[in-house]
Design a protein around this ligand. Structure first.
Ligand code: AMP
Length: 288
């Protein structure tokens, strides 16, 4: 498994791939890989001739300094997993390579308007600006045929679809289903910060989303459903819900009434003790 730190080296390696007309699948990650990441890599390996995985803990998308420092870094273990999955190349650049002028000194700034005012955008100021900065750079370096992202980060998929569409990146963006623990908790690199009590209470997210899904019916108003779900949090003292919203699948517009044609999705962010978790579920389909 080749770990490439330099963009020029990666481009040179991929030039031969492109010249022979082969497709390149790309899975951007921040490392500390788990089965959720593995599912994206498997899909890419199935769909493409060559799969590139980037491992880079992007400093510009962290809104809390301490979170960046304690983010797990496990590149050797990650490389072993990727090799077992038959990925072809790992791109693992340094901060100096990705942000040569320093992460706080960007001349060109990418930003959002409406998508930044809701949910993750509103609660984590600057987060999506950082995501745009890094993903645009990575798309230009890798030039993938297809890029794979997890629906676990539902709003991120909306943001990056907009990036690809509005800036004409010639690639297909593929959103993959959320991988969960057997009890329903969505896999996340942050789950390892949960102690046993918090791990138990973290089930609130999936349990209440599943409950909401079981209640979903054509024509119901969304506000009482959301309130009932918030009321359930009283049984989980470590849980502090940041937002809980029901929005339309395609453009994340808020929904007052459940209608299947809008493909309603419930999205939640909650602190479980000090650890912030997010999850979502489409309301008129099977749990994933
Ligand atoms: P991260 O390393 O957390 O930036 O995540 C890299 C990619 O993996 C993103 O596209 C995430 O949405 C995706 N991902 C993270 N957790 C999961 C999961 N449980 N199921 C599916 N995809 C995931």
């Amino acid at each position: 498994m080749q770990i490439i730190p330099q963009p020029d080296q990666l481009r040179e390696t991929l030039n031969a791939v492109f010249l022979s007309g082969k497709s390149v699948g790309f899975v951007p990650t921040m490392g500390a890989l788990h089965e959720g990441h593995a599912s994206l890599v498997r899909q890419s390996v199935e769909d493409n001739d060559v799969t590139v995985v980037s491992i880079y803990v992007n400093p510009t998308q962290f809104d809390r300094g301490e979170d960046l420092e304690r983010y797990p870094r496990t590149i050797e273990k990650d490389a072993e997993l990727l090799s077992a999955l038959n990925a072809d190349l790992i791109f693992a650049p340094s901060d100096a390579v990705m942000y040569p002028r320093g992460k706080n000194n960007l001349e060109i700034r990418l930003g959002l308007s409406s998508l930044d005012r809701i949910m993750e955008g509103a609660k984590r100021p600057g987060h999506f600006d950082g995501v745009l900065q890094i993903v645009a750079r990575l798309f230009n370096i890798v030039r993938p045929t297809r890029a794979y992202f997890g629906r676990k980060d539902f709003q991120q998929v909306a943001v990056l679809s907009t990036l690809a569409r509005e800036l004409f990146f010639p690639l297909e963006l593929i959103a993959c289903p959320t991988v969960r623990e057997p009890d329903g908790l969505a896999l996340s690199s942050r789950n390892q910060f949960l102690n046993s009590e918090a791990r138990q209470q973290a089930l609130y997210l999936h349990q209440s989303l599943s409950w909401l899904q079981s209640q979903a019916a054509e024509g119901l108003p969304t506000a009482p459903l959301i309130q009932a779900m918030l009321d359930k949090a009283a049984d989980f003292p470590l849980i502090d819900v940041e937002y809980l919203e029901i929005r339309a699948w395609d453009d994340l517009r808020p929904l007052d009434i459940l209608r299947a044609e809008d493909r309603p999705v419930a999205l939640i962010a909650a602190f479980c003790g000090p650890t912030r978790l997010i999850d979502n579920m489409e309301l008129f389909s099977q749990p994933h």
